[in-house]
Design a protein around this ligand. Structure first.
Ligand code: GLA
Length: 710
């Protein structure tokens, strides 16, 4: 609900309020974001006059006030949300409240059913810059979505060198910022820093959103933990260069700007032209757990779309770590035949099926099947796989080209170039998606393959970042090109399950999730590494978005030996699957797979769509763990992992969360019964089983009729 009362706007979400105030001089001020307050006007905080303050002709000093979309250069010299020409001064012009959301044109954004938006227009008389600030609140959610549209209403060109999606200013700085950083095989590890005076940028300028820094940042009160305290989230619906800039100013206040990274950005607007920023999803939670559940719910309902977004995901087997590119049709069929017997539901053919691709130095761009390897062609292979009772899925990397390919030989000018010979990464170049003919080629080439066989799943990879960008602003245009391709392929195949991938999880963001409801979380499938990666990822993204597969032991990347049970337990906390040569396994492991696929069918609705609670922080101790609770609190699944074996660390106390305190639950594995309040307050002493000592899981079910008062 959006309420205007006097000079104040109250944006009321489920349990949250976002308050904007228009100052006497006509500036748009940020007043409050946090736990819900009544939409009653209250007095403005008094700002004491300071002898060193700059004062404009209207008597205002913007350096002293908290704004919604600050500018630089007149009376505010902090880092602005927007900057154009020699600086702008934006003043309130008018507002509009609409049902639903404004259209962000070529950018993906949250679904707007059951939402209401406030659009505030600001204008700068001198430069002709006009800015529309969009704010949306949603039924049944505490999230506020923001974006901005900048228009040049003047005669002179308007050169924008920064245009953030959202800016929020807090009156204090006793915060800890959390971001999610890493590298290949080490995605989204939790990093925490206490804020200090100065400017801190959490950013990436590699073309894709990147595994170095995820476009999701949290600010929390120093004392806030999983279960309480003010926590604020800034998540971009964007897959390109991004930046969250945190400035603690001379007066101890904190300004957060979140949006496109200004480092390599510039856009010139001619008269009448507009620029739209990506959307920023602002979240508030009383505790990190509540903040995450708010994002999980929002991503599942309003970011992910298409027929798979609410469906339970199939158990898959992918041939990558089983065969790499060294396979033939018989080998694939032998894996698929056994997979069907073990209860696996989808067979995915990874890299190496097209052109002459026997190694990673050729053929990207030539999306025609290699009939030397697959004599039946894709259609014949899909029929055989379907005949075994499995769905068939396929890997692509359409944004790329190998210099050794038919495509490159025909169109050397289709790659991104700045003048010099472009850099190779993994022997490949990036196609210039800003060119319409390149987008058309990709859309047609991929659609032709998808229409040629019964392909029910696609893994869309992007294995290198962008170098040699020809100009500032290029990465933004590339990202728009990527989204246009997504529109042209995903939207014409609404029943195909798409999974994003980028050397593992290097493009794991809400922009990609608007097209593909799941993403390969990391190439690192060692379960211990995955405890860290999946734990970090869970702060912003729900388990339904995380691909997590069992691979061989010792793990190919870490050489760590772990049991099939441990590998299965950790993988069952996401979209479950396998990525190993099952034809080489012993009977005991095959039996374990049968049990795991059955368990996955039992648990996946709960894991993918339940409420997620983190229990142990692997970045702060020897245990990592979490649990999922069904919406009606009748079922729960718990997974705890010990990341390091240490002598005398066989036991731990486990206190559960999110259960109904008045209900009695049965542990489905031991048959023991416990009251919900006992499990949450006293907890259980759990013992790590002998073996590889690593994981403990628990399945709980409410005993019907047990709830006190029933
Ligand atoms: C990337 C992916 C892997 C696999 C390979 C194929 O590295 O993350 O899962 O698909 O590409 O080349």
């Amino acid at each position: 609900m959006i309420i205007k009362t006097g000079n104040m706007f109250f944006l009321q979400g489920r349990g949250t309020s976002y308050v904007i105030r228009i100052s006497e001089e006509g500036y748009v001020l940020h007043d409050y974001f946090g736990a819900e307050i009544a939409p009653e006007p209250y007095a403005e905080d008094k700002r004491g006059w300071w002898c060193m303050q700059a004062t404009g002709a209207d008597g205002a000093c913007l350096d002293e006030i908290r704004q919604e979309y600050p500018c630089y250069g007149h009376t505010d010299l902090r880092r602005p949300a927007v900057n154009a020409n020699r600086g702008t001064v934006l003043k309130y012009k008018d507002y509009e409240i609409i049902d639903g959301k404004p259209d962000l044109k070529r950018l993906p954004s949250a679904l707007g059913g059951g939402s209401e938006s406030l659009i505030i227009t600001l204008a700068d008389e001198l430069s002709g810059a006009e800015v529309k600030l969009n704010y949306t609140v949603f039924e049944g959610s505490g999230i506020v979505c923001r974006s901005a549209v900048i228009t040049n209403t003047g005669d002179e060109p308007l050169v924008i060198d920064r245009a953030f999606s959202a800016s929020i200013e807090f009156p204090c700085s006793d915060f800890v910022e959390m971001h999610f950083s890493g590298s290949w095989g080490r995605e989204r590890h939790v990093v925490k820093n206490e804020l200090v005076h100065g400017i801190y940028e959490i950013e990436n300028a590699r073309g894709g959103s990147g595994n170095q820094i995820n476009p999701f940042v949290i600010l929390k009160d120093k004392a806030a933990d999983e279960d309480g305290g003010d926590c604020y989230g800034f998540m971009l619906v964007y897959s390109g260069d991004h930046c969250t800039e945190i400035e603690v100013d001379q007066r101890g206040r904190t300004r957060v700007n979140a949006g496109i990274n200004p480092f390599m950005f510039e856009k010139t607007l001619v008269k009448g032209e507009s620029f739209t920023t990506p959307e920023c999803i602002l979240g508030y939670g009383n505790g990190l757990g509540e903040l995450s559940r708010e994002y999980h719910d929002f991503i599942r309902k309003r970011i992910c779309r298409g027929s798979w977004s609410r469906k339970e995901r199939p158990v898959l087997i992918n041939n990558w770590e089983a065969t790499y590119m060294d396979f033939d049709e018989d080998k694939l069929i032998s894996i698929a035949t056994l997979a069907a017997e073990l209860g696996i539901e989808l067979f995915v053919l990874d890299d190496g099926w097209f052109g002459k691709r026997d190694n990673d130095r050729c053929s990207l761009g030539d999306w025609t099947v290699n009939t030397d390897k697959i004599p039946s062609g894709l259609s014949g292979l899909a029929k055989k796989i379907n005949g075994l009772g499995l769905k068939f899925g396929l890997w692509f990397e359409p944004e790329m080209v190998s210099p050794d390919s038919e495509l490159y030989r025909a169109h050397p000018d289709w790659v991104i170039r700045s003048g010099r010979e472009p850099a190779l990464i993994r022997s490949q170049l990036v196609l210039d998606l800003t060119k319409p003919e390149v987008r058309e080629y990709i859309i047609n080439a991929v659609n032709a393959v998808l229409n040629s066989a019964n392909i029910e799943y696609v893994k869309w990879d992007m294995n290198r970042y962008i170098t040699d960008m020809p100009r500032k602003g290029f990465n933004y245009e590339y990202t728009l090109g990527f989204y246009e391709i997504m529109d042209g392929i995903v939207n014409s195949h609404p029943d195909i399950l798409f999974e994003g991938c980028s050397s593992g999880g290097a493009r794991f963001d809400a922009g990609v999730l608007c097209y593909m409801p799941q993403i390969w979380t990391s190439d690192d499938t060692d379960p211990i590494e995955r405890v860290y990666i999946q734990y970090g990822t869970s702060f912003g993204y729900p388990p339904s978005t995380m691909g997590s597969h069992v691979t061989e032991s010792p793990n190919q990347h870490t050489r760590r030996h772990l049991s099939m049970k441990t590998r299965g337990d950790v993988s069952l906390s996401g979209n479950f699957g396998y990525e190993l040569d099952i034809t080489k396994l012993n009977e005991a492991d095959l039996e374990a797979i049968k049990e795991q696929t059955a368990l996955c069918r039992e648990l996946r609705g709960l894991v993918e769509y339940g409420d997620f609670y983190r229990l142990f922080d692997p970045f702060d101790g020897n245990l990592g763990g979490w649990m999922s609770v069904s919406g009606d609190k009748s079922r729960a699944y718990v997974c705890i992992a010990r990341v390091l074996f240490k002598p005398n660390s066989y036991y731990t106390r486990l206190k559960l969360k999110g259960l109904d305190k008045n209900s009695r639950y049965r542990d489905l594995d031991t048959g023991k019964e416990y009251m919900g309040d006992m499990l949450m307050n006293r907890g259980l002493l759990i013992e790590f089983p002998f073996g590889d000592f690593t994981t403990v899981t628990m399945r709980l079910e409410r005993i019907e009729g047990s709830t006190s008062g029933e």
